[in-house]
Design a protein around this ligand. Sequence first.
Ligand SMILES: C[S@@+](CC[C@H](N)C(=O)[O-])C[C@H]1O[C@@H](n2cnc3c(N)ncnc32)[C@H](O)[C@@H]1O
Ligand SMILES: Nc1c(NC[C@H](O)[C@H](O)[C@H](O)CO)[nH]c(=O)[nH]c1=O
Ligand SMILES: N[C@@H](Cc1ccc(O)cc1)C(=O)O
Ligand code: SF4
Length: 386
Amino acid sequence: MTQPIIHQPNLAETSTEVRNILQTALDGKEVSVEDARKLAHTSGADLDGLVAVADAMRSETVGERVTFTLNRNINFTNVCFVGCKFCGFSRTKTAKDAYFLSVEDMVAKTKEAWELGAREVCIQGGLEETMDPWHYIRMVEGIKEAYPDMHIHAYSPMEIDYGAEITGLSVRDYLQKLKAAGLGSVPGTAAEILDDRIRGQLSPVKLTADRWEEIIRTAHEVGLRSTSTMMYGHVEEPDDWVYHMERLRNIQRDTGGFTEFVPLGFIHYNTHLFRIGKSRPGASMEDHLKIHALARVFFHGFIENIQISWVKMGPEEGSKCLHAGANDFGGTLMEENISKEAGSKYGEYLSGEAITHYIEQAGREPWIRDTLYENFASPYVTTTSP
Ligand SMILES: C[S@@+](CC[C@H](N)C(=O)[O-])C[C@H]1O[C@@H](n2cnc3c(N)ncnc32)[C@H](O)[C@@H]1O
Ligand SMILES: Nc1c(NC[C@H](O)[C@H](O)[C@H](O)CO)[nH]c(=O)[nH]c1=O
Ligand SMILES: N[C@@H](Cc1ccc(O)cc1)C(=O)O
Ligand code: SF4
């Protein structure tokens, strides 16, 4: 049981079955997997009901604040041997536009970010075969040495799996070394859909769902918090969203380590998966709304923050999800290659002022946050911003 919702939306137009499920959630009871599946299949007035309930839950649990971070994304290499069929970013080592940044390059990018006011760098890259086994740790050490107060949000479970493998360390020892070097938190990417049946269609070589879970649980156990994500709009069905969210909710029940949930809409344009006719062309607006709303309702009492990804959906469509359960606008990013290379049209950078504007336009209060949602500042009193 969690807090019941006091100001309940009018569900007069909602079907009896869906209204009963939503009422259970409003009363503060955990939504079952079976009920969540029904919510995942709603449309029309029933979807409107789900969205209204998600908005009420958001308002009573986190209020009218919409947060965001001043951060820079650094994709240190695009060379990758994994070959996910949904990825438009990765290159072979010999490709003309293949790159691999040195630690010095990364420190220079961090310097630019720091000077513009960013306090987080989000580092992820391809998996490079001939890389120095200690490179992931060296990047963290190099950045921390130059900028001890920059929060480093880095390395998906896929990269952690690889780093542990090439150094010969256990996942726990490897994560402890990353943490000792200054790693602050872990992006919960590489999750896609946490079901090996779907993963086989997307990327047979990628780590299994169980391995993803083991790495995330271990990260939380050693004191590294993480985000949680789900990539949708490709081959999966609504029941798969629920299965995925249930795995995340169970992890959160045990560890409490997730800071937020970030639905990542699939960008299809330059991907093998779409070209060979094996996927949908991303998600519809209806699905974006449904997933953010379902996440708010299903994670109620478990995960407080639901982040929109403006790089995937665009700031306008993303803003609509702020009325469907979401309360976080992500970050300024400054540069972004993964969505861009897959063909996303929304650019790689939004200034703090631009994000503030979108949040105001949605009728909410903009607040700058740190990565772990521990400190908040008003964007109206900060002078610089990336
Ligand atoms: C590109 S990877 C970088 C880190 C690492 N190589 C990995 O795969 O975990 C980070 C995440 O971006 C997301 N992503 C990749 N390609 C995408 C696409 N075309 N559309 C939406 N999200 C995508 C996936 O969820 C993936 O796990
Ligand atoms: N870095 C990307 C994000 N989000 C990162 C967040 O801005 C930030 O790191 C997080 O809020 C930490 O709490 N989302 C994307 O879709 N693409 C990125 O590259
Ligand atoms: N939003 C994710 C990071 C991310 C990075 C790149 C992406 O393509 C998608 C997501 C997080 O904060 O953990
Ligand atoms: S999603 Fe990550 S692991 Fe997969 S091909 Fe792209 S960079 Fe490599």
